[in-house]
Design a protein around this ligand. Structure first.
Ligand code: NAD
Length: 511
């Protein structure tokens, strides 16, 4: 049943969402006595005194999703965004990187065409076309959010939002500053690439973050990537497949330090086979300018190394964007830049919520979406709680890697016994047919009831396949349910079913 927030209210004199004129200027309240007093711990002012029911600060995955969900529930919603809608994900994250990875996939398909009985000439890369394709996809999706806002009656204001008090946001845009007030505020200001404070690693022509790496004009001859998280691996893989000589330096003993160790090593093995050089237990120390780029000093477990590269990509994590917007001044508690929230996405200020990268790890668009819905629903009087039990983590290299639930290391800490099943893509007909029979599926369960604790996939289309495991873990399914569910044949999903069977030693196609 569709819930309508406004229709639940008594004596509402609010303008119905459909009547909001998207071109009108919101009233300036600065001289009005209606500005709520931040110090007041008394009852909130009547809702009619506010310009909107919800103001969302930020229009990335958390923000635009929150705004649409709020409008869907009947709230008068304003979304403040300074840049293009869609935030990191659409503009400089998930979408453009996947567009580039699709070009890489097309290139590899052509390179391997002879294996499939097709004779082709040596493929040529046209960087301009490749970038134009990426930009077109981004622009289409960014425009799509604008269309959704209009259709769903979200009022978008372009500008930088700053909290004046717990109900008021000052927005500075091209036409000056305006103040708007709302019953509830949802902060979704996102994150930005972390920088390395080491000599020679200042961002510039030869030292990039993921933002600069998405604007390349020519393919660098060589690249050093600092950090083997999802960003480092995806960019390192992209440039390596396009022809760069890529070395990835990772501080920890394994790539993707938070991932299941066995799966991280499986991915590492396949990426090295493709030609990526990966140094783990290693850290960069400094970089010096050279005629052709940078000379980087690296400390490794087997001594110091110096590598000459054209470009450096710094991919050492992301940090929340949370300072300079009045958050702490109105009493919002933060820890190292992250806004502190509870499972209802409430901050320490009762009517202010936060969602997405600004609250810290896991910084994933699909997690941000879910957090934002929880925030909105609670802001509108519903009772929603965030659960991180079954969120997927994905890496879009080839093979891909995707995980949900506990790693084997985490499961061992929680359970005395485990039943673990594995099934390789080398025994899967579909994977062989498409020429990507690499990797395997691992299902981790507890043996007493057979509850599925974790599913990890390194293999073709792992990031699409993981959705089945997300549902299984979110709904507390057992391995028996997973193995008895009829999976389509021939598909890449069969190894999930077989790995579930293997937890009982009953995989049919396992030699
Ligand atoms: P990350 O924190 O996941 O990985 C950074 C890596 O850099 C870590 O492995 C860390 O050990 C290493 N590192 C840090 N300092 C180092 C140093 N001085 N020398 C060598 N290594 C060093 O961060 P990320 O990969 O930049 O990604 C940021 C966020 O964005 C993450 O939350 C990530 O999950 C998310 N993201 C997700 C996807 C996806 O879902 N496919 C893609 C991109 C980004």
């Amino acid at each position: 049943m569709k819930k309508n927030y406004i229709s639940q209210r008594n004596n509402s004199t609010l303008v119905a969402p459909s009547k909001i004129d998207l071109s009108y200027e919101l009233p300036i309240l600065s001289e009005s006595n209606d500005i709520p007093n931040p110090q007041s711990e008394g009852l909130p002012k009547p809702k009619e005194k506010y310009d909107a029911d919800i103001i969302v600060i930020g229009g990335g995955p958390a923000g635009y999703y929150a705004a649409i969900r709020a409008a869907q529930l009947g709230a008068r919603t304003v979304c403040i965004e300074k840049g293009p809608l869609g935030g990191t994900c659409l503009n400089v994250g998930c979408i453009p990187t996947k567009a580039l990875l699709s070009s890489v996939e097309a290139l590899d398909t052509v390179r391997n065409a002879e294996d499939f009985g097709i004779k082709v000439n040596e493929p040529q890369i046209d960087v301009q076309v490749l970038m134009a394709r990426k930009d077109k996809i981004v622009n289409q999706l960014v425009g799509g959010i604008g269309v959704l806002f209009k259709k769903k009656n979200v009022h978008h204001i372009k500008g930088i939002g700053r909290l004046v008090d717990r109900h008021t946001v000052a927005v500075s845009g091209d036409s000056g500053e305006q103040r708007i007030s709302a019953q509830n505020i949802i902060i979704c200001t996102g994150s930005e690439p972390a920088k390395l404070r080491l000599p020679g690693f200042e961002i510039g022509e030869n030292v990039w973050t993921s933002n600069e790496a998405l604007q390349f004009k020519t393919i660098p001859k060589s690249m050093l990537v600092v950090g083997a998280g999802a960003i480092g691996l995806e960019f390192g893989y992209t440039f390596q497949r396009l022809g760069s000589d890529v070395t990835i330096v990772e501080l920890m003993p394994q790539i993707l330090p938070a991932a299941d160790t066995e799966m991280a090593f499986e991915l590492h093995k396949h990426l090295e086979k493709k030609g990526l050089k990966i140094l783990t237990n290693a850290s960069v120390v400094s970089a010096e300018d050279t005629d052709s780029g940078k000379k980087v000093a690296i400390k490794t477990s087997s001594g110091d190394k110096f590598i000459d590269v054209e470009k450096i990509l710094v991919a050492v994590g992301r940090i929340p964007v949370s300072s300079g917007f009045g958050f702490e001044e109105v009493g919002i508690k933060m820890e190292r830049g992250r806004i502190q929230v509870n499972e209802r996405m409430e901050t320490s200020v009762p009517n202010i919520y936060a969602a997405g990268d600004v609250i810290g790890e896991p910084m994933l668009a699909h997690v941000a979406w879910t957090e934002s819905v929880v925030a909105v629903e609670n802001a509108l009087g519903m009772d929603s709680k965030m659960s991180y039990k079954a969120y997927p983590a994905c890496v879009y290299t080839n093979p891909e890697m995707a995980s949900v639930g506990l790693t084997e290391e985490q499961a061992k800490e929680k359970f005395r016994d485990l039943a673990i099943g594995k099934f390789s893509y080398s025994h899967n007909g579909k994977a062989m047919g498409i020429g990507h029979a690499n990797g395997f599926v691992k299902v981790i369960s507890e043996p007493k009831y057979g509850e599925i604790l974790g599913v990890h996939i390194v293999g073709p289309h792992a990031t699409d396949l993981i959705a089945e495991a997300v549902v299984a873990i979110a709904s507390e399914q057992t391995v028996d349910e997973l193995m008895k569910a009829i999976h389509p044949h021939p598909t890449l999903s069969e190894p999930i079913q077989e790995a579930a069977m293997d937890t009982r030693g009953e995989a049919i196609h396992k030699p």
